[in-house]
Design a protein around this ligand. Structure first.
Ligand SMILES: Cc1cc2nc3c(=O)[nH]c(=O)nc-3n(C[C@H](O)[C@H](O)[C@H](O)COP(=O)(O)O)c2cc1C
Length: 166
């Protein structure tokens, strides 16, 4: 069967991939057919009715997603779209920083009119970081650990499915 929904993600260390898989699993529980794929392997949106995009934030930049939105702009305009970014800023509860990251996401999707945009708390595993990355994480005093909130991720997925009329 051809999947109706595409969940496309970017990731460096795997934590966003896990979130994308959890969203895919929840949509399947809701009876949907879903493909969960790395963004860079997606050549065409043909056949999909809805697209959910997710990518992590590194040094204030959401990786890969802007390029994907540009490359598939026409296809995204014709489909239901939702997106999420992943980072450790949401852990800080610093409203100004959270708002700044949300604004980056909003600007990226300005032309698309997505049904939902959100930020999820991610994960930093020091064992997976390069020396430079460790230094940066220490410098900005970023929280270190796994902060992914699976209940919030499931709730967002259900809300998105509802808004898309799935
Ligand atoms: C070097 C470095 C820079 C980061 N910069 C940001 C940032 O600017 N904003 C943020 O919210 N999170 C930041 N993070 C946290 C990552 O977004 C978080 O670890 C995310 O879960 C990584 O996703 P991935 O495992 O899919 O690569 C940074 C992490 C590292 C290691």
């Amino acid at each position: 069967m051809i999947a109706r929904i595409l969940v496309a993600y970017a990731t460096q260390k795997g934590s966003t991939a896990d979130i994308a898989e959890a969203i895919g699993a929840e949509l399947r529980v809701l009876g949907q057919t879903v493909d969960v794929r790395e963004m860079r392997t997606v050549k065409s949106l043909d056949g999909y009715e809805a697209v959910i995009l997710g990518a992590p934030i590194y040094v204030g930049r959401i990786i890969e997603m802007g390029k994907f939105v540009q490359r598939h702009n026409t296809g995204l305009l014709e489909r239901m779209v939702a997106a999420f970014a992943v980072g450790t800023v949401p852990v800080s509860k610093d409203e100004k920083q959270i708002e700044a990251e949300l604004e980056v996401l909003r600007v990226m999707f300005k032309s698309i009119q997505p049904v939902a945009l959100t930020l999820f708390a991610g994960k930093i595993d020091p064992a997976k970081l390069s020396f430079m990355q460790k230094t940066m994480v220490n410098m900005v005093k970023s929280p270190v650990g796994d902060f992914r909130d699976w209940v919030a991720i499931t709730a967002w997925t259900r809300d998105v499915a509802n808004k898309m009329g799935l």
